[in-house]
Every structure is written in C-alpha cells, then in structure tokens.
Ligand binder design. Structure first.
Ligand SMILES: *Cc1c(COP(=O)(O)O)cnc(C)c1O
Length: 358
C-alpha cells in the first residue's frame, strides 16, 4: 500500500435525505417547500443576461446583502451571505470556534453540527435534550467554547421562547452563540433583536425552506458588524466568489417579495395544523411543531413499518434509525394540502393492514 493513504483526511460525512426524482412521488423527506418560489424569481431568470457570466460576480454579493438588510432592518455590514446556510454555518464554525474548550449543542439536533466539528477538529459535547425533548437552558451554563442552538430545533420541531434563549446567551457572553433559525418563518420568535443587545450572537437563516429556493443554495447570517467582518475574513481566505450572479439576483428578488413569502408560509402552517389533527386522531404522538415538518411516532406501530410501506407508495419521509431515542419517529415534511391528504389516506391504509396482521 502506498503511504499517501496514511495522510487522507478521514471524515464521516453528513447524510442528507434521499433525492429521488420520480414523477408521481410525494416528497416529504427533506423539508423542502411544496410551493414554487416567488414569481419574481422567474422574472429574474427570464431577464438574465447570460453574457454577464463572463465576469466574476460581486465578491460581497451586495445586492443580496442589501435586500436581506432591508427586510430585517439591519445594516448591510451586519449581513453575511453564503451558499445555503450550511455554508454559512460551516464558516461560522471555522471563524468562532477556535478554543480548546468544547462547543455545546443538543444530542438531538441538526446532524451536520458534529460533522463540521469533526471536520474542523473542534472539540464538542452533545447535551441531551430533556424528557420532553426540549433544550434545558441550564445545561449550557458551564464553561465551553461556543454554543449552537437550532430554534425551532430539528428534527423535533420544538421552538424555545426568547427569554429561555436569552438566559443561555447571558451565561455565555465569552463565546459566540449561534442560533440556527432555518425554520423560524413557520413559527417561534426570531432572536434577531438579541443581536442588538449582545455582540456575541449570530442568527443564521436560509432561503431553502420558507422561500422555496433549496435548489439555488442561499443562506445568510445576521449579527454585529465585528462578527460579520471576522466571517468575511475567513470566507475570503477560502473562496472569494461563493455566490453566482444568478443566485444573488434570485435571492434578492425572493427576499423582496414579502407578500408571496407570507402567503406561502400561511398555507404551510394551515396544512401543518390540519395534519396534526389527523395524526392525533390516528393515535400518533408528536411534539408541537413550529416548523414545516412534524416529528411523530405511532403509539403501537414501529416507525420502520410506516417508513417502508409509505416508500412503496412513493411517499418519502425521513427516519433516523441510527439514533435509539428517536428511531420510532418519522419526520414528515409538510407538502401541499392535497399531498398531505394522500399521505394521511396511506397512513390509514397501513394501519389497517398492520391491524389485520396483528
Ligand atoms: C435545512 C437546514 C439547514 C441548511 O439549509 P441550507 O439548505 O443549507 O440553507 C441548516 N440548519 C437546519 C436546522 C436545517 O434544517
């Protein structure tokens, strides 16, 4: 064996939900938005001047950063944009977590956090969620190298109130606290206002879910200018032109169309509440989701039974079979009302079959 193999970077990558492309499938496994992006996005694409692609894009993605800043009433210098919030989060980890002390995040949360910690060789500790699957604030009060909280959390869907979150921040003013708000537009209260009061708080959001742009890869962070400058220094030490010309224009157009965005979120929330009622009637237990998914388990029938039977009907949901505490849960993204009606019908059918066998 040649020795170059001794020097490979060995990492265990994050495994995203599968992306089948079947014409008649119902895809409820990666929390995508079932509705198309704003019609303004189509307009940008139709009017896009392809000859501009000879030129490098604006390294600062100014148009997009300005649109975000206007939308959230902050300065452009308080906005960092990246290739999806995964890119934004990865750069934040690199920028802020350089201490010997472990960073803290929940044991059940977005499973990319430990992958980045491993990749960047950041020590970390996973803090168990409490018995009702909530983040227990006081578990984060000890010495650490940084804190990462998804709010609402994924895959539980549970949102934490601002006072509880602020307590965590108050106890951690010597480190950076990242609040990952990938799902905040579907419920819960954004911690954005806390970035004014605390210079160590970074809010991360994405256009993938509430703005239907998962395929375009656009995310951003908001915090005080000093944090954003530090992230840009790392960014420009790695890749000077992360955002394409098209993604900058598309992202800005989607952000500016607030009416369409609000209408889409409203529809998803309405369908989510309908789906909760139906699942409850069928004997499912679930947490009170504030997101565009529901994390549910049936009282008697194992998660794997539903997962596989649904799959045969080309209905894809997500299951975390390698985590004991949540192996019987299904994470069900909210589709259109019609899709969820078919999903519920199929679930009923599976239950009848399980009943007749048992
Ligand atoms: C979806 C998701 C992200 C990543 O979204 P991008 O598509 O990379 O913007 C980050 N955090 C959480 C908790 C998510 O669910």
């Amino acid at each position: 064996m040649n020795s170059w193999r001794d020097n490979l970077r060995k990492v265990e990558p994050y495994v995203p939900g599968e992306q089948p492309e079947l014409s008649d499938m119902i895809k409820l496994n990666t929390n995508e938005n079932p509705y198309p992006p704003s019609p303004e996005v189509r307009r940008v694409i139709q009017n896009f001047d392809d000859s501009m692609l000879r030129l490098y894009p604006d390294p600062n993605s100014t148009e997009l950063a300005k649109a975000v800043a206007e939308c959230y009433d902050v300065k452009s210098g308080q906005v960092f944009v990246g290739v999806g919030s995964d890119d934004v989060l990865a750069i934040a980890f690199m920028t802020f977590f350089n201490s010997e002390k472990p960073i803290l995040f929940p044991d059940i949360t977005y499973s990319f956090y430990d992958v980045w910690a491993e990749l960047f060789q950041i020590p970390y500790e996973k803090v168990p969620l409490n018995d009702v699957f909530e983040v227990e604030g006081k578990d984060y009060y000890g010495e650490n190298g940084g804190v990462v909280i998804a709010n609402p959390n994924a895959p539980t869907g549970i949102a934490q109130g601002l006072p509880a979150l602020e307590e965590i921040i108050k106890h951690n003013q010597d480190v950076v606290v990242i609040i990952d708000e990938a799902y905040i537009d579907f419920g819960g209260t954004s911690a954005l206002e806390l970035t004014e009061k605390y210079d160590n708080v970074l809010i991360v959001q994405t256009l993938s879910k509430s703005r239907s742009l998962a395929g375009m890869r656009i995310g951003y962070a908001i915090g005080q200018e000093e944090l954003i400058r530090a992230m840009n220094d790392v960014r420009f030490s790695f890749n000077s032109y992360p955002m394409t010309r098209l993604s900058v224009s598309i992202g800005a157009a989607a952000i500016r169309d607030r009416a369409y965005f609000e209408e889409t979120c409203r529809k998803i929330i309405e369908t989510r509440e309908w789906t909760k009622k139906e699942l409850a009637k069928l004997g499912f237990h679930f947490w009170d989701s504030c997101t565009n998914f529901i994390f549910a388990r049936h009282k008697t029938i194992p998660g794997i039974v539903f997962f596989e039977a649904l799959r045969k009907q080309k209905i894809f949901v997500r299951r975390f079979g390698n985590q004991k505490r949540i192996e019987d849960y299904l994470r069900i993204s909210i589709g259109t009302q019609e899709e969820m009606e078919r999903f519920i019908k199929e679930v009923k059918h599976i239950m009848e079959q399980a009943g007749s066998q048992g």
